[in-house]
Design a protein around this ligand. Structure first.
Ligand SMILES: NC(=O)C1=CN([C@@H]2O[C@H](COP(=O)(O)OP(=O)(O)OC[C@H]3O[C@@H](n4cnc5c(N)ncnc54)[C@H](OP(=O)(O)O)[C@@H]3O)[C@@H](O)[C@H]2O)C=CC1
Ligand SMILES: O=C1O[C@H](COP(=O)(O)O)[C@@H](O)[C@H](O)[C@H]1O
Length: 500
């Protein structure tokens, strides 16, 4: 399907009264509609247990769009495409009613039998829903059928395999769209373009010129209302297994022979296969875990993780992870890729810093001082852009090198907000482009890497928890992880350097 084509489909959202649907899915569908990317030939069935009429459901959709988007208009037309079906997904008898509703809407909107099943529900229901969809004939369609699955995809490799087996009974691999919303972010998608469309970077993108890479995704928010889920997940499963490893795969992969879904995925898989697995004692050497204690954030006292709702007061769950990854292949041998992510940190920031190796000698002026290394910084969020830190002679200075920066701010170009990750991903799914969704092989490899770490962490209680104060950048051990290699974490705030 071409980029400007307007897809036609019936979208069934399971979990349509939940938080994700309200905050992300409805506003994203609205943006697509408003931009003319959805044809008039679409319909949405919202599915959840609570009884709602179509009118009540449409009012909910309207409210959620209005709260997310300031200048929303044309809402009546938009919400008229939404229908509601009250249904307990564990109740086998109610799928047939859903089927006849789907068929009516298919005819009414001429949807050509295209169906998207979006599972915005707790993962324990994913397998059951997929099996019922097949058993009751909802997947017997003339057009395409696609299953969109939210994270977490399993709790470990074993449970992920089980889940995959269940959903594969009803959908083939190329009909499954596993969401990793980081892959929908503008600047995450830009990693490939920065690397493969610039003659100045690709030749340097290897262990001869890069000394280390740092990927940070820090959050200011704590665990909020998600204690029940987070207690079983922790930062390793919640962020590292998916978003962090996906960013690493994009940074480290070889250029694909073509920009097709299969070729890109196959290169990412090779990176994940080349990641050095960690066993036993090595986990301690390469990974650091943390848990936030109380602290002060923007002048307000906040409570420790162990005091959050639905969290065990002796919890051993990590809210912070820092790690060193080694990709044992020809391009990356010897280059550490450091990752860190955590909650209740000093700033909300996702950033990638590529630190280049020092030049062999400093010819300039204060030769006893080393020059600042060249850095390429990819700002994923909240700001979006690229900064290149160079050394240059400042006017008036004689043969003296000073650090300067070249800045490209993505949002500064036309003042427009870049599309929400979910907006892109929904559109991609409707168009049948699975490039920015994770293939089963990537999921499996990520789990097998992460499982080794969680096995060790779960069998050894961390006595020092909580080990970082809310409002800081994590535990001291995370700094030591880099210090022992002769590096340090670059700050997530901009370096105080003059712009050229
Ligand atoms: N919220 C977010 O920002 C994010 C969420 N996710 C993932 O998205 C999924 C949904 O999350 P979220 O929206 O936060 O969850 P919520 O708990 O807010 O919503 C759950 C939804 O499922 C429905 N539901 C629960 N049990 C049943 C049942 N037996 N039959 C039919 N419907 C049922 C609920 O409605 P009712 O009670 O009326 O049945 C509700 O609509 C999860 O997998 C989560 O991990 C992923 C990333 C971000
Ligand atoms: O998937 C998740 O991501 C969010 C962070 O996403 P971001 O787009 O705001 O960076 C995280 O808060 C959440 O715990 C996790 O489940």
């Amino acid at each position: 399907m071409k980029l400007n084509e307007k897809p036609t489909a019936l979208i069934m959202i399971f979990g349509a009264t939940g938080d994700l649907a309200k905050r992300k899915l409805f506003p994203s569908l609205y943006r697509l509609y408003k931009k003319g990317k959805l044809s008039e030939r679409f319909a949405v069935i919202g599915i959840a247990r609570r009884p709602l009429s179509n009118d009540e459901f449409q009012a909910n959709v309207k409210n959620s769009v209005e709260s997310a988007i300031k200048d929303s208009g044309e809402l009546e037309d938009f919400v008229s495409h939404f229908y509601y079906h009250s249904h307990d997904v564990t109740d086998a008898s109610s799928y047939l009613a859903l089927k006849s509703m789907a068929e009516e809407l298919d005819t009414h909107y001429s949807l050509e039998g295209n169906r998207i099943f979006y599972l915005a529900m707790a993962p324990e229901f994913f397998g059951t829903i997929a099996e019922h969809l097949k058993a009751d004939g909802l997947t017997d369609v003339d057009g395409f059928k696609r299953l969109v699955i939210e994270k977490p995809f399993g709790h470990d490799l074993e449970s992920a395999k089980q889940l995959n087996k269940q959903i594969r009974k009803a959908f083939s691999e190329n009909e499954i769209y596993r969401i990793d919303h980081y892959l929908g972010k503008e600047m995450v998608q830009n990693i490939e373009v920065i690397r493969f469309a610039n003659a100045i970077f690709e030749p340097l993108w290897n262990n001869r010129y890069i000394s280390n890479i740092q990927v940070t995704s820090s959050e200011v928010l704590g665990v909020e209302e998600r204690g029940r889920y987070y207690e079983k997940s922790g930062a390793l499963r919640d962020m590292v297994q998916n978003h962090m490893l996906q960013m690493v795969a994009l940074l480290a992969m070889e250029p694909p022979i073509r920009l097709t879904t299969d070729e890109i995925r196959s290169e990412k898989v090779k990176v994940l296969r080349a990641m050095r697995p960690l066993e036993g004692e090595q986990v301690k050497e390469y990974f650091v875990r943390g848990q936030y204690g109380k602290g002060s954030m923007s002048g307000k006292e906040v409570q420790a993780y162990r005091e959050e709702p639905m969290v065990d007061e002796q919890s051993n769950t990590e809210t912070y992870v820092a790690g060193k990854l080694m990709i044992d292949n020809f391009r990356w041998a010897g280059v550490p890729i450091y990752i860190r992510t955590g909650k209740r940190m000093a700033a909300k920031s996702t950033k990638i810093v590529i630190q280049f190796k020092d030049i062999p000698m400093n010819l300039y002026y204060q030769t006893e001082q080393t020059l600042n290394p060249n850095l390429l910084v990819i700002h994923i969020q909240p700001e979006e852009g690229i900064t290149l830190y160079l050394n240059a002679q400042k006017s008036g200075q004689n043969m003296e090198a000073t650090p300067v920066k070249l800045n490209f701010a993505n949002k500064g170009i036309d003042g427009m907000n870049t599309p929400e990750a979910y907006e892109r991903l929904l559109y991609d799914c409707m168009r049948g482009d699975a490039t920015n969704f994770t293939h089963w092989d990537e999921v499996a490899l990520s789990w097998s890497f992460v499982d080794k770490i969680s096995d060790v962490w779960e069998s050894t209680k961390e006595d020092g928890f909580p080990n970082y104060e809310s409002g800081t950048m994590g535990p001291r051990e995370a700094d030591q992880l880099l210090e022992k290699d002769g590096f340090f974490w670059w700050p997530v705030t901009d370096l105080d350097v003059e712009e050229c």
